[in-house]
Design a protein around this ligand. Structure first.
Ligand SMILES: [Zn+2]
Length: 430
């Protein structure tokens, strides 16, 4: 059945589009984009007045916990959260059980994603077997089965020699190595930013240097191997400076940041010990968050990602020291960006489309999606005025551990199309 989206504000920086247009979807592709399209006899018309239509959003850093930790999230429940949040594609990190380090595991993710039928699942394979940092995983096998990138996310690869081998190998497939940067000898036992916050609350610190030192190392290894390097969830101003310098030197280095590192900082952690604010890397200084916000606007940061990290109640409703790291993010990322950066006039819709749709596809070497006839109909329709109360009821995924519970936000996806299939219908997951 064709869909005609009438009169939405279409934003696609790849085509320089920023204007009100009609968009006709037929089958899995966009059939026509024009100022006025006559309604085909059998079409469903969607009123786009006051809404924005973007290339489908991509979250290139999520944890769906499947296989192995299905009590936190499954590919099916994670897909619901993604569709509800406005995403058409998610890249799943390999720290499952078993770790996604063979072609069979990659195929499992893709197959389960297809049967859930709500988003494109783009598996990220492990760099090393079992994410143990000791031996190369089956990278060629995983590429054959559809892995889009490689990472040991959850851990830094501790041995520089091992990381060199990984990058040399990954570069032969023209894939990107995604680095969770953490020198574990510096961060051992750390649960909160080292400095004022760790002193104030009397807890072991996770120092900025633990992240920055590995960013430095991996940029040097990028220089040595030529492998494309993507720094995951960058959290400090100095780390961002390193990436900026690497880019200026012409190295194939990109990076991403999360909403929690952009909009929260260590001062939000009080003696209430809200464990939903326990992250890896930890919330940093207010000045770091401000630098990240500048970086995502000025282009130093390429991609906005959520690091969606679902955990069960018993893993968060406990003492800070033993609580698990991470926050869910798929269903608050777009509302947060709209409320805190777009509505304030600091970020354009076009830049939002770059960091949430265009650039993640580039980094992951996915086919581009443009709002043009012939392109895949992977689209996100956004109502900038839709009120979002972040309560547990807002979340369609299995876990509720959000760092943003209690926020009132404005703006959310109302409709999502994946290969022409309407997966979010006026705010309701299909
Ligand atoms: Zn990570």
């Amino acid at each position: 059945m064709p869909y005609l989206i009438k009169g939405a504000h279409v934003v696609d920086p790849q085509r320089g589009l920023d204007e009100t247009l009609d968009v006709l979807i037929e089958g899995a592709t966009i059939a026509q984009v024009a100022a006025k399209i006559e309604v085909p006899a059998d079409a469903t018309v969607i009123d786009g007045a006051g809404k924005y239509l973007l290339p489908g959003l991509v979250d290139m850093h999520v944890h769906f916990r499947d296989p192995g930790f299905e009590y936190k999230e499954t590919i099916a429940t994670g897909s619901r959260a993604a569709a509800h949040g406005g995403f058409t594609d998610v890249a799943t990190m390999p720290n499952t059980d078993p770790v996604t380090d063979t072609g069979a595991e990659v195929r499992y993710q893709i197959d389960h994603g297809r049967s859930a039928g709500l988003v494109h699942i783009r598996p990220i394979g492990a760099l090393t077997r079992g994410e143990k940092g000791e031996a190369l995983s089956e990278i060629g096998d995983m590429v054959m089965e559809g892995a889009c990138a490689f990472s040991d996310d959850g851990h830094g690869v501790q041995s520089a020699g091992m990381m060199r081998t990984c990058m040399a190998y990954v570069s032969q497939f023209d894939k990107v190595a995604i680095a969770h940067c953490e020198v574990e000898s510096l961060t051992a036992n750390g649960t909160i930013n080292e400095g004022r916050a760790s002193t104030r609350l009397g807890m072991f610190g996770w120092p900025a240097l633990g992240e920055e030192l590995e960013i430095m190392r991996d940029i040097e290894l990028c220089k040595l191997t030529g492998c494309a390097l993507h720094i995951a969830h960058i959290s400090t101003e100095r780390g961002l400076g390193l990436v900026k310098a690497a880019k200026a030197a012409g190295l194939p280095v990109t990076c991403e940041a999360t909403p929690h590192h952009l909009f929260l900082d260590e001062d939000d952690i009080t003696d209430a010990y809200n464990t939903n604010l326990k992250m890896n890397p930890p919330l940093r200084l207010p000045s770091d968050a401000a630098a990240l916000r500048r970086g995502i606007i000025d282009g130093t940061i390429d991609c906005l990602v959520t690091d969606h990290a679902p955990h069960a109640i018993h893993e968060k409703d406990c003492e800070w020291e033993i609580a698990f790291f991470g926050t869910i993010g798929l269903e608050t990322a777009l509302p947060l960006m709209l409320t805190k950066l777009v509505r304030t006039g600091e970020m354009s819709w076009s830049r939002l489309a770059e960091v949430m749709a265009v650039n993640p596809r580039k980094v992951l070497r996915l086919a581009p999606v443009t709002i043009a006839a012939g392109s895949a109909a992977d689209l996100t329709l956004v109502d900038p005025e839709k009120a979002v109360e972040v309560t547990e009821d807002w979340f369609q995924g299995k876990s509720k551990n959000s760092a943003f519970l209690g926020e009132t936000l404005a703006g959310a996806a109302t409709d999502v199309f994946v290969d022409g299939k309407r997966t979010l219908i006026d705010g309701v997951v299909a």
